[in-house]
Design a binder for this molecule. Structure first.
Ligand SMILES: NC(=O)c1ccc[n+]([C@@H]2O[C@H](COP(=O)([O-])OP(=O)(O)OC[C@H]3O[C@@H](n4cnc5c(N)ncnc54)[C@H](OP(=O)(O)O)[C@@H]3O)[C@@H](O)[C@H]2O)c1
Length: 288
């Protein structure tokens, strides 16, 4: 699996599996559990979840899948990179720690590889960061980061008084990024790159809608690839970007994983730029 580096030099897979909408409906659980097991067999090593997803249901399912895969010898815990997120309303210094304990229990894990603030909220950022740092000191999380943070939010975070927050503090910003949602390229992505903080691209296929995009389909046809594979390959070949497409259908899991080996050429990139032009000025952060 190709990797990029977190600011402290830790390698992280560039492709992961999203889990939003999993664990919400008992009638879909068997299929979702099979998908999670299958993903680990296919080679996915990063899984993105959140306390919000199915109000803990997704974390429970990820936990079951990981436990079964470790037991079966498919993976070792240390080879996985498990991401979860705290609700903003839980993100006080003590609230973060309590929420993390609940997430770890549902996941059946001793530690998270990355713990994110799901979006900016009302608790002072300094308190949230203090909670994250305390979790890190206890070995309950390896890294922390943020999600849905725009330029001004990152500036507020980096302006916090403790110098270590600037250096090994925030490890990732998870934001909406896809070929059709390129607003971050104007200011946020360059700013994050300057701090060596990777972008974790959520909804990289526009929740499956890019599968029907005619231009991406035409480009894909030249490579015997699908439109979604083109979208993912376009994201995955950018430095410091991690993509976390969600898929339950086995066919989607395999197709998305295979996008790792798709190479787009300059003509493909020009066609994508013509269809989805890069931003020419600041744009508010897109969110789902
Ligand atoms: N931090 C945040 O605020 C935030 C917000 C949104 C998402 N996220 C994270 O990012 C992950 C991904 O985002 P997302 O779930 O919103 O959207 P997404 O990954 O862009 O799209 C998921 C949808 O696309 C379908 N799909 C997957 N692969 C496909 C393929 N090869 N061809 C056609 N359709 C395909 C899936 O269908 P099947 O499931 O039926 O296979 C599912 O309906 C989430 O699951 C979550 O972990 C975070």
């Amino acid at each position: 699996m190709r990797t990029t580096d977190l600011p402290d030099g830790q390698p992280v897979p560039v492709l992961g599996l999203g889990t939003w909408r999993m664990g919400e409906d008992p009638r879909r659980e068997a299929q979702e559990l099979r998908a999670l097991r299958s993903a680990l067999e296919i080679g996915y090593r990063l899984v993105d979840t959140a306390e919000m997803y199915g109000e803990g249901g997704a974390e429970r399912m990820v936990g079951q899948a990981v436990a079964a895969a470790v037991l079966a010898g498919t993976v070792r815990r240390e080879d996985l990179f498990i991401v979860s997120k705290v609700y903003p309303h839980n993100a006080s210094e003590r609230g973060v720690q309590a929420a993390c304990a609940r997430s770890l229990k549902r996941l059946g894990l001793d530690y998270l590889d990355l713990y994110l603030l799901h979006w900016p909220g009302n608790h002072p950022l300094a308190a949230t960061v203090a909670g994250f740092e305390s979790l890190r000191a206890q070995g309950l999380i390896r890294h922390w980061g943020v999600s849905n943070f725009d330029v001004d939010d990152m500036e507020r975070l980096w302006a916090l008084p403790t110098p270590r927050h600037r250096t090994v503090g925030c490890s990732v910003n998870q934001v909406y990024y896809s070929p059709s949602q390129r607003g971050i390229e104007f200011a946020l992505a360059p700013l994050l790159a300057a701090h060596r903080v990777p972008v974790m691209a959520y909804s990289p296929t526009d929740q499956g809608k890019l599968a029907l995009d005619p231009v991406l389909s035409t480009i894909g046809a030249r490579h015997e690839a699908s439109a979604v594979q083109v979208a993912l390959a376009w994201i995955l070949t950018q430095p410091h970007v991690i993509a976390i497409p969600k898929a339950v259908e086995e066919r989607h899991l395999r197709e998305n994983f295979a996008a790792l080996t798709l190479r787009l050429d300059a003509a493909d990139r020009r066609a994508i730029d013509a269809h989805f032009p890069p931003p020419e000025g600041p744009q508010p952060l897109a969110m789902l």
